[in-house]
Design a protein around this ligand. Structure first.
Ligand SMILES: Nc1ncnc2c1ncn2[C@@H]1O[C@H](COP(=O)(O)OP(=O)(O)O)[C@@H](O)[C@H]1O
Ligand SMILES: [Mg+2]
Length: 408
C-alpha cells in the first residue's frame, strides 16, 4: 500500500523542486507538499504529480507545519515521513515531527547540526578534531580569543549558511574594525574560530540506523572562503573517481564518529573538512541535508543515477543503494568580473572545442543577467570522465579560458 510522505518546500527554488520531483518518482509513496509559495508557482507537470498541497504563511514555523500536516493527513492518510532539504528548515521540521510522532532526526540532533558552536563542542567531545572556537557576546571575549589562538581568525554567524557573514581577520587592526562595525552583544552572537590552513574537501555520506552505508569525497579548488573574499575568482569542485585510498581513512573514521556523536541515525549529510599541511584533518561543519551548489547533480553524474530521487527514497523508505562510482565529475563555477550586469562571455568557443565532449551540463550566464549574490557564481559547467586527471585538467582550464564581463 502506498505511504504518505510530506515534503516541506517553503520556497520553490530550482534545487528544492528537483528533490520534490525526485520524491514523486519514488515507488510506493505518494507525496504532498507544504509551502509558503503558492501552488500556482509549481510547474504544471510537477503539480500534477503531487497527491496534495497545503500552503502556510510562514514556511519555517513548526506550529504551522504541524497544522498543515494534520490537514494533509485528513485526505491522504497518516504521514510516515516529513522531510525538507533547506538548511534553515531542519530544526522546525524536527520540532514538527516530534509534535506529530513522525520518525526522523530529533530536535536535539537537528540543533547540533544547525548551531556551529554546539556542533564543535559535540565533535570535540567525541574526540573528532576541529578548530578551536568561542562564542563572543562582548568585545573583550573576542580580544581574549585572538590572544589565545593568534591570527588569522575566522568570524561567522553561529547558524550561517552559504558563507554569508563569514570573514577572515588577519591582524589586530582587522579585528578592531570588525568589532566596530559589528559590535557583539548578547543578541548578536558571533562565532570565532582559529584559522585552519589546509586543503578543503567535502564528505557527503549516508547512514541508516546508525550504520555507515555510503560516502563521497570532493575537493574544493580553491576554498570557499577564498572564493567569498575575491568575487572574481572562478572556482571548481571535483569528485575524484577513486576515493578508496588510505589518505582518506582519517576522514572516514572521524566523519562517521562525528555523525554518530551529533545524533544522526538515518540520513544524508554534507560535511566540510580540511586536510592540514601535516596530513592531520579538521572537520569544519556538517549539515544534515543534501548539499547545494550542484553537488547533488555531480553525485548523480559520478554514479550514473539520479540523486534527486535517491535522497527522497532514503528519507521515505530508509533505502539507499547507489552503484559504485564509475566516473570522476566536477563543476567549474563562472563569475562575472567588474560591476553591473552580464555584458559578454569570452572563451566559450575555445572551451567548447577543447572540452565539449566531456561537458554533461552547463548553465551559462545570459547577457543582461544581474550578477549573482552567492559564491556559486553566475553560471556553471559540469564535466565528467572516467579518469580523474582528465576532469581535473578540464576544470582548471575552463576557469582560465572563460571570462564573464560585467558592465553598468
Ligand atoms: N576555522 C576556519 N578556518 C579556515 N577557513 C574557514 C574556517 N571556518 C570557515 N572557513 C572558510 O569559510 C567557509 C564558510 O564557512 P562555513 O563555516 O562553512 O559557513 P557556511 O555554513 O556558510 O558554509 C568555509 O568553506 C571555509 O572556506
Ligand atoms: Mg560551509
Amino acid at each position: 500500500m502506498s505511504q504518505h510522505v510530506i515534503f516541506a518546500a517553503p520556497f520553490f527554488m530550482d534545487a528544492t523542486l528537483r528533490f520534490v520531483r525526485g520524491a514523486t518518482r519514488v515507488d510506493g509513496i505518494h507525496v504532498s507538499v507544504i509551502s509558503q509559495d503558492p501552488a500556482e508557482r509549481l510547474p504544471a507537470d510537477l503539480r500534477a504529480r503531487l497527491a496534495g498541497h497545503w500552503r502556510i504563511e510562514d514556511g519555517l514555523d513548526p506550529d504551522q507545519l504541524v497544522t498543515a500536516v494534520r490537514q494533509l493527513e485528513k485526505r491522504l492518510g497518516k504521514a510516515v515521513r516529513l522531510m525538507g532539504a533547506l538548511e534553515q528548515l531542519q530544526v522546525p521540521l524536527a520540532r514538527a515531527r516530534e509534535a506529530l510522532g513522525i520518525p526522523g532526526v530529533s530536535v536535539e540532533a537537528a540543533r547540533n547540526f544547525r548551531d556551529k558552536s554546539r556542533m564543535k563542542d559535540v565533535l570535540r567531545g567525541a574526540g573528532v578534531p576541529c578548530a578551536r572556537h568561542a562564542l563572543v557576546t562582548e568585545r573583550q571575549q573576542a580580544e581574549a580569543f585572538a590572544a589565545k589562538v593568534g591570527f588569522p581568525i575566522v568570524v561567522k554567524p553561529p547558524d550561517g549558511a552559504g558563507g554569508k557573514g563569514t570573514f577572515r581577520l588577519d591582524r589586530a587592526s582587522d579585528l578592531a574594525t570588525f568589532l566596530d562595525r559589528y559590535p557583539p552583544t548578547a543578541s548578536q552572537v558571533t562565532l570565532y574560530e582559529e584559522f585552519v590552513r589546509g586543503t578543503e574537501y567535502s564528505f557527503d555520506s549516508v547512514v541508516i540506523d546508525g550504520r555507515p552505508v555510503w560516502h563521497s569525497i570532493s575537493r574544493y579548488m580553491p576554498s570557499p572562503l577564498e572564493v567569498l573574499e575575491n568575487d572574481w575568482i572562478q572556482w571548481c569542485v571535483m569528485l575524484p573517481r577513486d576515493i578508496s585510498g588510505p589518505e582518506f581513512d582519517p576522514i572516514r573514521e572521524a566523519a562517521f564518529k562525528g555523525l554518530d556523536a551529533l545524533g544522526l541515525k538515518t540520513g544524508l549529510s554534507h560535511m566540510e573538512w580540511f586536510k592540514l599541511l601535516d596530513e592531520r584533518i579538521a572537520i569544519s561543519e556538517v549539515g544534515a541535508r543534501p548539499p547545494g551548489a550542484q553537488f547533488t547533480s555531480l553525485l548523480s553524474y559520478a554514479h550514473n543515477i539520479d540523486f534527486y530521487r535517491a535522497w527522497p527514497q532514503l528519507m521515505a523508505l530508509d533505502e539507499f543503494n547507489p552503484p559504485p562510482r564509475r566516473f570522476a565529475a566536477g563543476a567549474a563555477y563562472v563569475r562575472g568580473q567588474g560591476r553591473g550586469r552580464v555584458r559578454r562571455i569570452y572563451g566559450l568557443d575555445e572551451a567548447q572545442q577543447r572540452f565539449g565532449d566531456i561537458v554533461v551540463e552547463a548553465k551559462l550566464p545570459r547577457e543582461g543577467q544581474p550578477p549573482s549574490d552567492s559564491y556559486e557564481g553566475d553560471g556553471y559547467i559540469i564535466v565528467r570522465h572516467a579518469e580523474t586527471e582528465v576532469v581535473e585538467h578540464a576544470l582548471q582550464q575552463i576557469v582560465k579560458i572563460i571570462r564573464v564581463e560585467l558592465a553598468e
